[in-house]
Ligand binder design. Structure first.
Ligand code: AMP
Ligand code: ZN
Length: 128
């Protein structure tokens, strides 16, 4: 069976040249707002809402399709921390959106799993 990530430029990102792995290792600067042994949260460089924070696992997982059984607790921790960050930023009660883009048609540009925390303005539905 063909490798689903073979031969498509950016989607071939490996840990060594992955932007978000480089943020994890502090080789690329970011405005980090939360860090523990498993995950990192930092402000999106091109915010699409008054609050736009990214939460990522430190482990290099290219897309949601690459999440394995052993990652279940990690992904749970990621989502729960996203909620805690939303609370801390004062947008939890008003409402906020968690977005995880997967593959090109959804708009994924960085192939290291990340949750977008978006809030501080009214969110539209359906999303664009
Ligand atoms: P996605 O399009 O879902 O893959 O999201 C990637 C996100 O990463 C976009 O919202 C970008 O604005 C954001 N981004 C790209 N480079 C950086 C960076 N160096 N620091 C912070 N956010 C970034
Ligand atoms: Zn990575």
């Amino acid at each position: 069976m063909q490798n689903s990530r073979a031969g498509s430029g950016e989607r071939e990102n490996r840990m060594v040249d992955c932007l978000f792995c480089r943020i994890v290792s502090k080789k690329v600067p970011a405005k980090i707002i939360y860090e523990d042994e498993r995950i990192l949260a930092f402000e999106d460089v091109n915010p699409q809402a008054p609050v736009h924070t990214l939460v990522i696992p430190k482990k290099h997982i290219p897309t949601t399709l690459d999440i394995e059984d052993e990652d279940n607790a990690l992904i749970g921790h990621l989502i729960r921390t996203a909620g805690e960050i939303a609370k801390g930023k004062g947008i939890a009660e008003r409402g906020f959106r968690l977005v995880v883009n997967t593959n090109p048609e959804a708009g994924q540009t960085v192939y290291h799993v990340h949750i977008h925390i978006l809030g501080g303005r009214h969110m539209h539905w359906p999303p664009g």
